[in-house]
Design a protein around this ligand. Structure first.
Ligand code: R5P
Length: 299
């Protein structure tokens, strides 16, 4: 197996190759004057195992095209392709919420598998069930980073003062599993999103029982709107709010919004090309390497 990075890889490919003792290659890339993307692998790989590494943020549209181009090349040369997408874009449109909407996740995943993808590996995917269904016969592995968050949080805070908060029903499984590792309880907040404006509203009463330190866990922080409402409510009641988010996109003033709402600490994973000072990024490369070995993606 060789590790090959696409331009969106936030530095995970070379470290993985190092840890796993594998050869590392990087795609050369440029943009044509009209904006089209050009890729070239500096070495022909044929009939081999390839671990292709990409993140899709930012910019998700360019990184989608890069994936399509790279898969065309690698499958034409009959390689056995495992694709590690550290942040999978278009994952939240996993169904037709309003009539007339394309299911973006389905179209992306179908395109990848039709180009010869063998195995897809994601980190904390928004909808693992939908992904598995859309992938058909391609293999699928979702790496859940609970252990990475639990280790960092339990090193800093005492179990007795912690409550894990799921900011919507979709995050319940994530919260339950982190709470179990931390040895504390969890609370689920109901969220409704206006499908036209994107605005969110929460039913916050379940938070009245929370004291001490609240760990709000989510897969993605985009605008920060989902967590900010919850954090303001909790911090106005004297609760200290910590965020554990796998993919911190921090669009626009999201970081300031969270800071203003009383969040005292943010843990995230380095799964995208965005780095914000003030956020604690947890190193999860050894954990990914371990999972890839356990799943026999590499020996
Ligand atoms: C949605 O269901 C996701 O799990 C996140 O809660 C959402 O993407 C967060 O977005 P924002 O930070 O813009 O509220």
């Amino acid at each position: 197996v060789r590790v090959v990075s696409l331009p969106g890889d936030p530095g995970i490919g070379p470290r993985l190759a190092d840890l796993l003792g594998l050869e590392y290659i990087q795609f050369l890339h440029k943009k044509f004057p009209d904006g089209e993307i050009y890729l070239r692998l500096p070495k022909v790989i044929e009939n081999e195992g390839v671990l292709l590494v990409q993140s899709m943020y930012p910019n998700q549209n360019d990184h989608t095209v890069e994936l399509l181009l790279a898969l065309e090349l690698l499958s034409r040369y009959r390689n056995n392709i495992t694709l590690l997408i550290t942040y999978l874009a278009y994952a939240r449109q996993d169904k037709e919420f309003l009539a007339g909407e394309p299911v973006s996740l389905r179209s992306l995943v179908k395109a990848l598998s039709s180009l010869g993808l063998g195995t897809l590996v994601t980190i904390d995917a928004h909808s693992p069930l939908a992904l598995r269904e859309f992938l058909g016969t391609s293999r699928y592995i979702n790496i859940v980073p609970d252990e990475v968050f639990a280790e960092a949080i339990s090193r800093r805070y005492r179990r007795e003062e912690l409550t894990v908060i799921a900011p919507d029903q979709g995050a319940e499984k994530r919260a339950a599993s982190l709470a179990e590792l931390l040895g504390c309880r969890y609370v689920v907040v109901k969220k409704a999103r206006d499908r036209i404006t994107g605005n969110v509203t929460h039913v916050l009463d379940p938070l009245d029982s929370v004291s001490g330190i609240a760990v709000v866990v989510d897969d993605i922080v985009s605008t920060g709107g989902t967590i900010a409402g919850i954090a303001s409510y909790l911090s106005s009641r004297g609760v200290r709010v910590v965020v554990a988010a796998s993919h911190a996109l921090f669009v626009g003033d999201a970081y300031d919004k969270l800071a203003r709402s009383g969040v005292v600490e943010i843990y995230a994973l380095p799964t995208t090309g965005v780095t914000v000072s003030g956020v604690t990024y947890l190193d999860m490369v050894p954990y990914i390497a371990r999972k890839l070995r356990e799943e026999k993606v590499v020996e």
